[in-house]
Design a protein around this ligand. Structure first.
Ligand code: C5P
Length: 220
């Protein structure tokens, strides 16, 4: 079946404070350009959701649409902009995509219809108490940190988004919506596919420093 890569890139990047985050450059290449270049050879088309009034920078082999007020809304618009059988949804804020884990993800979605990259949590986890003090320890055993890309049969993720709109609930990620739908129908699972530390999300100025250092190695 055909596969479309969908990239929500319509966020304002307020935590980073450098304008729309997808357009922030790391060693001369924007976060968005890095994601498009990595995904384009692996899929049939790439569609990007951009902030209103912004255009796709020249040289990117992708189609652009206008995003929505929330990430979920931007993804819903992207889903309506393609007719591919499978969609791979990827945040522009994660610019370093090792090809092998993306191929693992595509294999998993072809088998099971829903899959996401994720990493077992390595750090000790604690819930903070008021005032910034140590509260309850959360056993990290069995906990995974969820990354993107995530991949689904398009029909399945469309249903999950429709259910979220009807039910009035939000999720910060699409696998969460699909898992909720699958639970409701009592059939099917979202596969967890081991991701890669280099797929970290650029969110804060500290992350940007990390991205600069990694890019020096990544770009050769
Ligand atoms: O803000 P955060 O890093 O969680 O955003 C995750 C991704 O969702 C980013 O790539 C951002 O551009 C995108 N986004 C979007 N539309 C919005 C808000 C965020 O496409 N309204």
């Amino acid at each position: 079946g055909t596969t479309a890569a969908l990239i929500p890139a319509a966020g304002s990047g307020s935590r980073l404070g450098r304008g729309p985050k997808a357009f922030v450059e790391v060693r001369g290449q924007s976060l968005l350009a890095r994601s498009v270049a990595a995904l384009r050879p692996l899929v049939d088309e790439v569609v990007v959701a951009l902030p209103e009034g912004m255009e796709l920078p020249p040289g990117l082999d992708a189609r652009a649409i206008v995003g929505g007020a929330t990430r979920q809304d931007s993804v819903a618009r992207l889903l309506r902009a393609t007719s591919a059988e499978y969609v791979l949804i990827h945040d522009a804020a994660r610019p370093f995509l090792p090809e092998n884990v993306v191929l693992d993800l595509l294999e998993a979605v072809h088998e099971s219809g829903a899959a996401t990259l994720a990493l077992p949590v390595a750090d000790t986890l604690v819930r903070a108490e008021a005032g910034g003090n140590w509260g309850d320890l959360t056993p990290r055993e069995g906990l995974w940190a969820v990354q993107t890309p995530q991949a689904f049969r398009r029909e399945l993720i469309l249903k999950a988004h429709a259910q979220a709109v009807t039910g009035g609930f939000a999720a910060t990620d699409d696998a969460g919506l699909v898992a909720r739908l699958l639970k409701a129908v009592g059939n099917g699972r979202v596969r967890l596919v081991p991701g890669d530390a280099r797929l970290f999300k650029v969110t804060t100025p500290g992350d940007l420093a990390l991205a600069e250092a990694l890019a020096a190695v990544w770009d050769g």
